[in-house]
Design a binder for this molecule. Structure first.
Ligand code: IPD
Ligand code: CA
Length: 266
């Protein structure tokens, strides 16, 4: 399989980070600070988990770059960069909802989703003991089992997952859009962890996922996992997935969902 060595490092580092996050959760978690808004929180465990990941990667891959949610970017010389969300789903984590993840991807090129090329991805949900992996061209896996996107359905039968930004003005727009979308689909899920939303499309646990306003670390790993499972993942139109939009679904369903989103004002 291509990129086996990188995948092995990604899996080891993500698994160790997930164990630390789970341990800290069991000891009790409090808000350590806020970021873009009063509801955009960070815990000490987010910071500690990212520090562990950064230290392990510096040892295993000293020439690679690093780009993490909590501690920022550092250029490398190898052309590869590790994109890290130490705890995706921080609000779930804070409340003890067992649906959060450590998300790590290795990308080639500039650490910018508009142009990077993802090679390897690993997303671990410690509370569910689930590990999703993918390598480009090598398929996507949940544990040891290959996963595939669900067969295409009509939009009216589609279970659609989404997420909301931390900014209240944007939330008002997103709420209005959901009110128009809900009558047109099977149902809506807002599970609170973008990386796992993408993994859910990959494993057929939902039919489609879309979100606006995501940061690179939220979707770097999940996009590769969803694509390797057969999903189409794009931004608006032909654009690559990014802050403006991430839309993932079976290729036949993705175009219908995109059309509907356009009609209701996305
Ligand atoms: C958030 C989650 C959430 C999504 C937000 C993200 P965080 O990441 O992935 O599901 O709706 O847009 O910011 O803050 O928990 O790492
Ligand atoms: Ca995140």
């Amino acid at each position: 399989m291509p990129y086996d060595d990188l995948l092995s490092i990604a899996r080891t580092v993500t698994t160790r980070a997930a164990a630390l996050a789970k341990q800290r959760r069991s000891e009790g978690v409090e808000v350590a600070g806020t970021k873009s808004s009063v509801v955009d929180v960070v815990t000490e465990a987010d910071r500690e988990t990212e520090a562990l990941i950064r230290a392990l990667l510096a040892e295993a891959r000293p020439h690679d770059g690093f780009f993490g949610e909590e501690s920022g970017a550092e250029k490398g010389s190898s052309g590869l960069t590790w994109i890290v969300d130490p705890i995706d789903g921080t609000v779930n984590y804070l409340y003890g909802i067992p649906h959060y993840a450590v998300s790590i991807a290795v990308v080639e090129g500039d650490p910018d989703p508009a142009s990077w090329s993802a090679l390897v991805a690993c997303v671990v949900n410690p509370a569910a003991s689930e590990t999703y992996t993918a390598t480009v061209g090598g398929g996507a896996f949940l544990g040891g089992a290959a996963i595939r996107v669900a067969d295409s359905v009509e939009p009216a039968q589609a279970l659609v997952s989404t997420g909301f930004a931390y900014d209240s003005v944007r939330r008002a727009e997103q709420g209005a859009l959901i009110a128009r979308l809900l009558p047109l689909v099977r149902d809506i899920r807002r599970q609170g962890t973008a990386s796992l939303d993408l993994c859910s499309v990959a494993s057929g646990r939902c039919n489609a996922y879309f979100e606006r306003g995501l940061s690179p670390w939220d979707h770097a790993a999940g996009v590769l996992i969803a694509r390797e499972a057969g999903a189409q993942v794009t931004g608006r139109g032909e654009a690559p997935p990014g802050r403006d939009l991430v839309l993932a679904a079976h290729p036949d369903l993705a175009s219908s969902i995109e059309k509907i989103l356009g009609q209701i004002g996305l």
